[in-house]
Design a protein. Structure first.
Length: 78
Protein backbone atom coordinates (compact mmCIF):
# COMPACT_ATOMS: atom_id res chain seq x y z
CA UNK A 1 0.00 0.00 0.00
CA UNK A 2 1.29 3.44 -0.86
CA UNK A 3 1.05 6.42 1.50
CA UNK A 4 -1.40 8.18 -0.80
CA UNK A 5 -3.73 5.14 -0.59
CA UNK A 6 -4.17 5.53 3.17
CA UNK A 7 -7.38 7.28 4.22
CA UNK A 8 -6.44 9.72 6.98
CA UNK A 9 -9.60 11.84 6.73
CA UNK A 10 -10.79 10.74 10.18
CA UNK A 11 -7.54 11.78 11.91
CA UNK A 12 -7.63 15.34 13.24
CA UNK A 13 -4.58 17.50 12.53
CA UNK A 14 -2.08 17.96 15.37
CA UNK A 15 -2.25 21.37 17.02
CA UNK A 16 0.63 23.79 17.60
CA UNK A 17 0.25 23.00 21.30
CA UNK A 18 1.05 19.34 20.58
CA UNK A 19 4.32 20.26 18.87
CA UNK A 20 5.29 22.72 21.60
CA UNK A 21 4.99 19.95 24.19
CA UNK A 22 6.47 17.17 22.03
CA UNK A 23 9.73 15.64 23.24
CA UNK A 24 12.12 13.22 21.61
CA UNK A 25 12.43 10.23 23.92
CA UNK A 26 15.50 8.07 23.53
CA UNK A 27 16.04 4.61 24.99
CA UNK A 28 18.08 4.45 28.17
CA UNK A 29 20.20 1.49 27.10
CA UNK A 30 22.31 2.62 24.16
CA UNK A 31 24.47 0.27 22.10
CA UNK A 32 27.04 1.74 19.75
CA UNK A 33 27.31 -0.07 16.41
CA UNK A 34 28.88 0.56 13.05
CA UNK A 35 26.31 0.48 10.24
CA UNK A 36 26.93 1.03 6.55
CA UNK A 37 24.18 2.98 4.79
CA UNK A 38 24.03 4.61 1.40
CA UNK A 39 25.18 8.21 1.08
CA UNK A 40 21.77 9.51 -0.04
CA UNK A 41 20.00 8.17 3.06
CA UNK A 42 22.69 9.53 5.37
CA UNK A 43 22.56 12.93 3.66
CA UNK A 44 18.81 13.07 4.21
CA UNK A 45 19.19 12.39 7.93
CA UNK A 46 21.95 15.00 8.14
CA UNK A 47 19.71 17.55 6.42
CA UNK A 48 17.18 17.15 9.26
CA UNK A 49 19.43 18.85 11.79
CA UNK A 50 22.14 18.17 14.31
CA UNK A 51 20.53 15.08 15.83
CA UNK A 52 21.35 12.67 13.02
CA UNK A 53 22.31 9.66 15.21
CA UNK A 54 19.28 10.11 17.45
CA UNK A 55 16.91 10.41 14.49
CA UNK A 56 18.37 7.31 12.87
CA UNK A 57 17.95 5.40 16.14
CA UNK A 58 14.30 6.47 16.43
CA UNK A 59 13.65 5.53 12.79
CA UNK A 60 15.09 2.05 13.37
CA UNK A 61 13.03 1.61 16.53
CA UNK A 62 9.82 2.62 14.73
CA UNK A 63 10.66 0.19 11.93
CA UNK A 64 11.33 -2.64 14.40
CA UNK A 65 8.11 -1.99 16.33
CA UNK A 66 6.05 -1.86 13.13
CA UNK A 67 7.51 -5.15 11.93
CA UNK A 68 7.02 -6.76 15.33
CA UNK A 69 3.36 -5.73 15.31
CA UNK A 70 2.99 -6.99 11.72
CA UNK A 71 4.63 -10.33 12.59
CA UNK A 72 2.36 -10.71 15.62
CA UNK A 73 -0.76 -10.09 13.53
CA UNK A 74 0.31 -12.72 11.01
CA UNK A 75 0.95 -15.24 13.79
CA UNK A 76 -2.50 -14.60 15.30
CA UNK A 77 -4.22 -14.87 11.90
CA UNK A 78 -2.36 -18.00 10.88
Amino acid sequence: MKDEDIDTSDIPPLSEDFWVKAQLRLPEDIVTVKVEIDAETFAWFQSQGETTPEQMSVALKIYAQANQAFSSSITKAG
